[in-house]
Design a protein around this ligand. Sequence first.
Ligand SMILES: Nc1ncnc2c1ncn2[C@@H]1O[C@H](COP(=O)(O)OP(=O)(O)OP(=O)(O)O)[C@@H](O)[C@H]1O
Ligand SMILES: [Mg+2]
Length: 362
Amino acid sequence: MEPVVLDVGSNLVKAGFAYPDQDPSMVFSTAMVKTKDEEPEKSDSEDEELVLEDIVNPISRGIIKDWELMEDLWRYIFYTGLGWEVGNEGQILITEPLLTPKVVREKVVQVMFETFNVTGFYAVEQAVLSLYSVGRISGCAVDIGHGKTDIAPVWEGALQHNCVKRMELGGDDLTKLLLEEFSRNNSERKLDLATAEMLKETVSAVADDYAAIMQDCPVEEHILPDGQVIEVGRERYTVGEAFFQPSLLNVEELSIVESTFRCVSSCVPSENQRQLLENIVVCGGTATMPGFDARFQKEANLLATPSVRPSLVKPPEYMPENTLRYSAWMGALSIRSAIDRKRYRNRLCILRCTLECSFLWL
Ligand SMILES: Nc1ncnc2c1ncn2[C@@H]1O[C@H](COP(=O)(O)OP(=O)(O)OP(=O)(O)O)[C@@H](O)[C@H]1O
Ligand SMILES: [Mg+2]
């Protein structure tokens, strides 16, 4: 049986068996629904009207916060979604956000072996896997997800731990910004968070020149799922701009491009910096916004010294279309055989027999 690759993000679960060059077989919302007897479970029915308080999420900003919910979610993935049978579980390759606390990682391992009886376990940082997904082992991954953003220089497969940056900003913050902007311009109309998120995914875009588009921005009509027609104008570009001007989100952060350059410039030796900037992987759902790559490239060109040509790496043509959207999951496919190899045991890979002898590898 192929190992299972699991990338459970703040917004989307990406899971499936590690068959080469394929999208994850399961992609669905991480959010769960609290049913009337207080038991949270995945909702298959769209009929019942849900109120916001019914929706719970075991993950916040990439990190597991509710272990009971998380176990329910894993159980659903393994036994209902992927068809594992109790007593015949397989191996698991799990993706981790940057700077995952050690206590969280230890607990994941414990639950995987003790509750789910996995026969092998391996964990790798999402940003490193994103680089692998485009066939690189050296470069800088910029993963902009729902709850967090990870910037990770990687040299010859090794994460440069001292140079990474984790920003507590993601698509969720953009959704809330859209909601705020929309309410300010349309005081008589109220949108809920789910509608705002859907709207964001449909209309938001990054302007090549934000100041210019703000001067002269077309207003477009959009039909919401409930049939309401709304007008969207500048909001769509304000949302797109937030990663380039984080002050729009009321946070003190450098722009995403400056942050990337800052991480890379702290890498030693300095000869490596050029290769890192010439192999940038911009990935994650939020970075799929139209115009994001072009603007990133434009600003990177302006920041770079004349001898460096910053470049955003694209996946090879034979890879599935959604490779950058699911990059951590896709990158994990390239190391799926790792959990069978002895030489990985001293890192984060353990087989059941290794675990029973020692827990020291953490
Ligand atoms: N076309 C789009 N425009 C803007 N945002 C988008 C678009 N498509 C997806 N998103 C956003 O991308 C985010 C989900 O991305 P992703 O799957 O990378 O996050 P995640 O892995 O669940 O979260 P994290 O890695 O932060 O824990 C959501 O906020 C979603 O609204
Ligand atoms: Mg993610």
